[in-house]
Design a protein around this ligand. Structure first.
Ligand code: CA
Length: 424
């Protein structure tokens, strides 16, 4: 819902650089630590982190009914579980404290200096403890591209695809925060002309450009969430790089779907941008034809106009942007994903992460994976330093960014980045 904190006219006394992802209208939540402080909750504002533990302990958040210690934690799960009414009230109060019209914090030099920590001095941690991870497959262009490559352009989409938001249960333990370097996975692969599989480092390592939503409310086992209530369960979004080992995947995925090709690492951006902050950027989705079953019917705009970008930076070289896509290009929306996920009585938990599936737009430069950008290796990309890429090489850093912009307000996610180290 649109709140006072979304007002484009709001200005903060904190200096916000031009094109910052974190103006006063955003106020995303994350978990940070510094050299001198244990992990705790914070909010991004310009180039600073606002320390919520400090604000709570010094009375700036009095009257909101918050339990003691709710921010002084390693994860945001307990805070999110307070419910939308409470978390929204916190965002509204922070907006008030940061506004030029309010001097409670700005007029208190000591408090101001203790509460605001330069981003350069903090380390961002995983924002939530993730009990469950589900990965959807909700971009029609992506499903079509993969169907063309591995099956047949005439029947690229499987018969269920426009009736079901297709997904699978993924691995939660290997979801890590931006900046966590990882090793190229090893595994079993089999070349088409080989009689036996072989073992070794993955040769076709790929990224997947995705968004993920994080849930803040549980439905009981056996209870379904109706589509008009789905929004109550979603706290916000992060950027997600859902790495894929394409050669391992090709050999292992029949008949039960992705397994070790996906579970070695998935990276998320550290700041959770709330659904409230993204409210002004909602847009209509595509016309869904054939008509979906009743429990998947939505009334209103539930897609988000959110520009997304992927860059590859080779070791000791400059970055090349290889993809510009947009979250609005999804076929299925998050409301439908929640309704479908729970229609059988499956219980969502607080902190669960739900990947959108690779977000590929309608044009080749908007494809959200190397598999599609270099079309299964047949059209290698040339990077700014002259090197070619079919897939991701050791030493490459993959960087994803995302932001929405309207009425002079830019709501951004920062970035998710990770460097691929050689196989162990
Ligand atoms: Ca995925």
């Amino acid at each position: 819902m649109t709140t006072k904190a979304n007002n484009p006219a709001l200005r903060s006394w904190v200096e916000i650089p031009q094109n910052s992802d974190f103006p006063i209208q955003n106020l995303p939540f994350g978990i940070f630590k510094t050299e001198y402080m244990d992990a705790g909750a914070g909010v991004a504002i310009g180039e600073h982190v606002l320390d919520l533990t400090y604000l709570y302990e010094n009375g700036f958040l009095d009257g909101l009914g918050l339990p003691a210690g709710v921010f002084n934690q390693k994860y945001l799960n307990d805070f999110m579980e307070l419910g939308k009414k409470s978390t929204r009230a916190v965002r509204e109060r922070l907006s008030e404290l940061l506004s030029v019209d309010n001097d409670e914090l700005s007029g208190n030099k000591a408090a101001r200096e203790l509460a605001l920590i330069p981003m350069a001095e903090v380390e961002m941690l995983m924002p939530v403890r993730v009990p469950n991870y589900t990965d959807f497959y909700s971009s029609e262009q992506h499903a079509y591209n993969v169907g063309c490559m591995f099956r047949d352009p005439e029947n690229a989409l499987m018969p269920n695809w426009k009736h079901i938001p297709v997904g699978y249960h993924g691995r939660a333990s290997s979801i890590v925060v931006s900046g966590t370097d990882f090793h190229r996975p090893k595994g079993q692969t089999k070349a088409d002309d080989a009689t036996m599989p072989s073992f070794g480092p993955c040769r076709l390592l790929d990224f997947e450009l995705e968004m993920a939503f994080i849930t803040c409310k549980e439905n009981g086992l056996g209870e379904s969430v109706s589509i008009d209530k789905a929004g109550d369960y979603i706290f916000g979004f992060v950027l997600l790089n859902d790495w894929s080992a394409r050669d391992i995947q090709k050999w292992e995925y029949v008949p039960l779907g992705p397994f070790l090709a996906k579970s070695f690492a998935s990276h998320v951006s550290p700041w959770i941008v709330t659904m409230d902050a993204l409210e002004p950027f909602r847009v209509a989705g595509p016309n869904q034809d054939p008509e979906v079953l009743d429990y998947l019917k939505t009334d209103g705009d539930f897609h988000y106009d959110l520009d997304l970008q992927v860059g590859i930076q080779p070791a000791d070289s400059e970055e090349t942007v290889v993809c510009n896509s947009n979250f609005k290009h999804m076929y299925w929306n998050v409301q439908q994903q929640v309704a479908h996920h729970t229609v059988n009585g499956c219980n969502l938990q607080v902190g669960d992460m739900y990947g959108s599936g690779t977000i590929s737009g309608p044009t080749p430069e908007a494809y959200g994976s190397m598999l599609e950008l270099a079309w299964r290796g047949t059209k290698p990309l040339t990077l700014n330093d002259g090197s070619e890429r079919k897939f991701i090489m050791d030493g490459d850093t993959v960087i994803m960014r995302g932001h929405a912009e309207k009425d002079g307000v830019r709501i951004g996610f920062g970035e998710v980045k990770a460097t691929v180290l050689p196989a162990k």
